[in-house]
Design a protein around this ligand. Structure first.
Ligand SMILES: *Cc1c(COP(=O)(O)O)cnc(C)c1O
Ligand SMILES: [Zn+2]
Length: 413
């Protein structure tokens, strides 16, 4: 290959070069990006990576974008924080949060995938880009398209949270609310992409898009001092992120950047839309599509594009999947905020609640190193918990009034 990367079918290994295509013609598997690992192994060292700016482009040789097409938007390198207070809840002292709720520029891990997909959209000469989105992707595409001077069309299910609609419109993107589920929006976008030859980040650019996800794995390993964790809990919608985290860890070993070490992958979904978790529990590798009914809109994909592959990587790693009800999601959001001072969105509630179950069942051993992926910011889904915190009566600006307040039982003020 002339470049260090190209599309390849993961099932039949047929190579495709670089083009905006999604599936293998022969076996219909979703295509993946393959790298010339032998060459990259000689180019990319720990020292070189550490000398570069703290964003995803420090791993450039392992991202599918030629240098001249990189957007340069400094996405990623979010904090990996030790979480002893949440860990004590589960007697797990070596618990960490990978906190993408503070990812630049739009406060979710979708900034990673969009940085790669839009860079490649530009390389392919697309002037108009778009996406089908459950919310966070809409925000990320709108923001980075604005920065890159690309026209953006963004289609979302009509029932999305107001904050996610606002945080798309503000960038000047064309926002279309569709009266349907995400899966219906996605099918419409497949037709639009073909009819207009537009670059849809999660459709005809999906293989490139997905590669952005694996930078989470690279960063976690680097931030742990160039070692792999024992367990990782990942929220799943379409299933791309969990698959690419597995790919990222594997590549680090192949590149000689970390020692080989098994990582168990645990997927988390809302009970109201859990096609991957339910298949995993049945012991099946086949997805039965579901109609979403959950407060967690960001994970409400009933027919996940990478569901089959996600089930494979979970099984191969010796991991499992769990799910959380709406009530458990809310409890998870509050537990994370009250213990660790991190306000995650509903997907974070799913991750924390599912992790709690996995620890309680002993499926995640408490004495091991475990990372929870916190993928989005709570301010975007405040309507999910707002009713729990009604605004309080104002007090007069006098010590007496305050002292009176102190005498009222806690929580009532
Ligand atoms: C999209 C999204 C996910 C899941 O990503 P997939 O790659 O589609 O599985 C997880 N968390 C948040 C907050 C998201 O927006
Ligand atoms: Zn194939």
């Amino acid at each position: 290959m002339s470049e260090l990367f190209q599309l390849k079918c993961p099932s039949c290994c047929r190579p495709y070069g670089n083009a905006p295509i999604t599936f293998c013609d022969d076996c219909f598997s979703p295509l993946e990006v393959a790298y010339d690992l032998k060459t990259v192994r000689g180019l990319l060292t720990r020292d070189k990576i550490e000398s570069r700016p703290a964003n995803i482009w420090r791993y450039s040789e392992m991202l599918p974008v030629a240098p001249e097409h990189r957007s340069g938007v400094p996405v990623g390198f979010t904090p990996l924080v030790h979480a002893p207070e949440l860990g004590s809840e589960w007697r797990a002292p070596d618990l960490y949060l990978k906190n993408d709720s503070v990812c630049f520029p739009t406060l979710s891990f979708k900034d990673r995938v969009v940085a790669v997909a839009l860079s490649q959209a530009r390389a392919f000469g697309f002037k108009v880009v778009g996406c089908a989105s459950t919310g966070n992707l809409a925000n990320a595409v709108a923001a980075q398209a604005a920065r890159m001077g690309l026209e953006a069309w963004i289609l979302v299910p009509a029932n999305l949270e107001p904050a996610k609609l606002l945080a798309t419109a503000v960038y000047g993107a064309n926002l279309v609310r569709v009266d349907g589920t995400y899966d219906e929006v996605n099918r419409l976008c497949v037709e639009i992409a073909e009819a207009h030859s537009w670059g849809f980040v999660n459709i005809n650019l999906r293989a490139y898009y997905a590669e952005g996800s694996k930078t989470v794995a690279y960063e976690i390993a680097e931030q742990l001092g160039w070692r792999l964790p024992d367990n990782i809990v990942v929220p799943m919608a379409g299933g791309a992120q969990i698959c690419r985290i597995a790919k990222g860890f594997r590549e680090l070993v192949q590149l000689g950047l970390v020692e080989d070490h098994p990582v168990r992958l645990f997927g988390a979904q809302p009970s109201g839309c859990a096609p991957i978790a339910n298949a995993q529990r049945r012991g099946s590798l086949d997805i039965v599509p579901e109609r979403p009914n959950t407060i967690c809109h960001s994970l409400a994909i009933g027919d996940p594009a990478d569901g089959h592959r996600a089930l494979q990587v979970i099984r191969d790693s010796g991991g499992a999947a769990e799910s959380a009800s709406d009530e458990e999601i809310v409890a998870g959001i509050r537990l994370l905020a009250e213990r660790e001072g991190v306000f995650g969105e509903t997907a974070a509630g799913v991750t924390v609640a599912s992790a709690g179950k996995l620890f309680a069942q002993g499926r995640i051993p408490a004495d091991q190193t475990t990372v929870l992926c916190i993928t989005g910011n709570g301010l975007k889904t405040s309507d999910a918990i707002g009713h729990l915190y009604p605004s309080t009566a104002a007090v007069a600006p006098r010590l007496g009034a305050f002292e009176q307040l102190l005498n009222v039982p806690a929580g009532v003020a």
